[in-house]
Design a protein around this ligand. Structure first.
Ligand SMILES: NC(=O)c1ccc[n+]([C@@H]2O[C@H](COP(=O)([O-])OP(=O)(O)OC[C@H]3O[C@@H](n4cnc5c(N)ncnc54)[C@H](O)[C@@H]3O)[C@@H](O)[C@H]2O)c1
Length: 250
């Protein structure tokens, strides 16, 4: 039985992860971390991770960037593997995550769905082939409660494309203030926010008289929870190192 802590347990994703874990006989949730310490699901919830004195194999974190350092401090101090799913982390936080992975096992993926990770593989291959003659733009759509824009996933898709290209592109987020033609060097990222859209990511390769569009739509948040639980199982026996969804889907 894998002992798991859910960080951000009282949020939307924390609730879905809890439900998914309750249905899985190989996972037991031993505690939650959250600024809101209401005991919603039967396990104890701690605002300060270090106040939890029990033992766990792995933490799944769907919380807030403000929670990141506390969760990482706890993971390092207790040698507990951690699966970070929170997006909107700063460059400093991402750098620290990689540094601390020498001391405890760390998993990070801006998108925990298998389908999105396959999309990244497909667009990386398409980018290599289409680099010379196609313009690349990414459109992402999310619900009206989302704070960060563009989404962590859209940025991860852009980074994956850029890694595949011989000539790296510059990201362009907004064209309203500049009156000039699109340059070949641009990669546009566009965020739409509205209603209850769970998550859409579309990559457009626009060439001369032909367009290729590769799109993923998440229909519910369950896909992220299922991915997070798979990652937690994968990480439970790891002691150090940096891991991502690529280690699971490949
Ligand atoms: N990687 C993925 O596949 C994926 C998928 C969905 C959501 N996310 C990310 O997961 C995060 C959570 O998403 P959500 O929709 O559940 O959000 P949410 O706002 O519903 O939940 C966030 C939870 O974190 C808690 N929290 C907020 N600030 C805190 C702080 N300073 N200290 C401790 N706890 C704090 C809140 O009380 C809340 O319970 C977001 O960053 C979101 O972008 C990632």
């Amino acid at each position: 039985m894998i002992k798991c802590i859910v960080s951000g347990c009282n949020g939307k994703m924390g609730g879905v992860v809890t439900k998914t874990a309750f249905e899985d006989e190989n996972i037991e949730i031993v505690a939650g971390f959250d600024i809101n310490t209401e005991k919603k699901y039967g396990y104890d919830v701690f605002a300060e991770p270090m106040d939890f004195k029990g033992q766990a194999d792995v933490i799944i974190d769907f919380s807030h960037p403000a929670m990141f350092d506390k969760v990482l401090d706890y993971a390092v101090a207790t040698k507990t593997a951690v699966v970070f799913c929170t997006t909107g982390l700063s460059d400093e936080q991402k750098t620290r995550m990689v540094e601390e992975s020498k001391n405890t096992a760390v998993f990070f993926s801006a998108n925990m769905s298998l389908g999105v990770n396959l999309l990244m593989d497909l667009v990386s291959r398409a980018a290599k082939i289409l680099e010379e003659n196609f313009d690349i733009e990414i459109i992402e759509k999310h619900h009206n409660k989302k704070i960060d824009a563009p989404s962590g996933t859209a940025l991860a898709i852009a980074d994956t494309i850029n890694e595949a290209l011989e000539n790296k592109k510059s990201y362009v987020y907004d064209r309203h203030a500049v009156r000039k033609q699109r340059s070949k060097n641009e990669l546009g990222l566009h965020a739409v926010r509205g209603g209850t859209i769970v998550g859409e990511h579309e990559v457009i390769f626009a060439g001369l008289d032909e367009i290729i569009e590769i799109k993923h739509t998440a229909m519910s948040k369950d896909v992220f929870a299922v991915g997070a639980i798979s990652a937690a199982k994968f990480m439970a026996d790891k002691t150090d190192g940096m891991y991502s969804m690529k280690d699971i889907v490949n």
